[in-house]
Design a protein around this ligand. Sequence first.
Ligand SMILES: Cc1cc2nc3c(=O)[nH]c(=O)nc-3n(C[C@H](O)[C@H](O)[C@H](O)COP(=O)(O)OP(=O)(O)OC[C@H]3O[C@@H](n4cnc5c(N)ncnc54)[C@H](O)[C@@H]3O)c2cc1C
Length: 466
Amino acid sequence: MAVNQSHADVVVVGGGIAGACAAISAAEAGAEVVLLERSGSTGGTSALAAGHFYLGGGTPVQVATGFEDTVEAMFDYLMAVTPEPDATKIRAYCTDSVAHFHWLEAHGVEFERTFYPGKAVVQPGTEGLMWTGDEKVWPYRDQAKPAPRGHKIAALAEQGGSQVMRVMAAALERAGVRVRCEGKVTDLLTDEAGAVVGVRCRDESIVRANAVVLATGGYVMNPEMLETYTPVLAANAVPLGTPTDDGSGILLGQSVGGALAHMDGAFLTASFYPPADLLKGIVVNAEGVRFVAEDSYHGRMAAAVMGESRAYLIVDAATMAWPELPMIKFIDGWETIAEMEAALGIPDGELAATLRDYNAAAARGEDPVLHKHPDWLAPLDTGPWAAFHLTPPEATYVGFTLGGLRTTVDGQVCRADGSVIDGLYAAGACASTIVQDGSGYSSGTCLGESSYFGRRAGAHAAGGSA
Ligand SMILES: Cc1cc2nc3c(=O)[nH]c(=O)nc-3n(C[C@H](O)[C@H](O)[C@H](O)COP(=O)(O)OP(=O)(O)OC[C@H]3O[C@@H](n4cnc5c(N)ncnc54)[C@H](O)[C@@H]3O)c2cc1C
């Protein structure tokens, strides 16, 4: 049987946000682009996303809603929250953030010039901006001037991602990208020197290319890879994503010598807010000791809880509220702290001591232990008291992966020795760019970095710059 062979300047593998932005960018740089998508339509996990993009440095939404932000403040924040920050990538991302905002809007991703002031995982309405990270949480608020940077496309609640990907599908068409669905890539083709020169699909068809951009998403649906790289996620969380998040692009990159980075990175969450009042409670471990500031972003809270054998959210009658998302488990209420200690298996007097010290400081508007923001400080001295279980499996965690192929700032895939593999690029959740772990994650970083570094990869693959 004759093999179906074709040629393109750039082949993009995967039609989520990273692949769409890479393909559009490459096409706008003058390349003939083929996008191969294994599903029946483009969209990927990006279409499931809430629709936050982490952008800053003085975007039109920040300016219109009265928030001052600078490239330096955004840079300082991302450097501070990232375990092993890649200063070159973070610098580029922050410097170009306002321009990237304009690029997204020019391609149809519209953001309302409005701000949602509540503490929520996603704003319920179409507001364009909210706090989606740890900018106001100690120690970061002392290391970088806080500003809200969670920009959401003008769509209700969690419908942002599907709206973004509808817009991107139209933008792909306008840019003249040839999109081929049901086109799963199974192999990369290389020349004698090891450069990537095309792809083979499941139906054996071949597309030769000057460059290939992998944009195939993460690996949360690949149990073997989860066991190997992110056992904490495998053991404690329900995988959040689409079935195609099976790491195929990461494996393709590895098959030609690509190295991996930050593969142990995972985002987990079982957010107990909204309602925001629950942030006035305290989170303690099996010894009755606080270990994380309760006003932390929900991903940071989850990462801290994973380090403990047990964790509880403790509230008093004045702060008691029911979480809007049914992810953490209500245990019971008690008339005395001693009864609560006994029921939770916390050593006698330990929780009482924690509450005594916390309440005394909170009454002065202080938290000398974990520096919780004064907005969330209130003595928990009105009985009865109640506890919620924050530990899995009693609490239900969901999560996705953050690590991927090691890349340069322009998305070129690197070998373990740092050399680049000619002709091969990666972007989005199959690459490691800015976000490295759940503790330093701010909502919007994935769509933000996938779109921005997708554009850079596409432009570089086409021989230009984004
Ligand atoms: C419920 C949920 C909400 C989220 N909300 C947000 C949010 O608001 N903000 C944020 O920043 N992040 C969010 N995230 C994370 C974010 O959605 C992802 O990190 C991001 O969408 C990844 O984009 P991508 O383009 O790399 O991958 P995807 O969007 O998954 O696209 C990859 C595409 O590649 C295709 N593909 C895979 N393998 C192959 C192959 N071998 N051949 C051809 N095609 C292939 C897939 O079918 C898919 O279409 C959320 C995640 C989830 C699950």
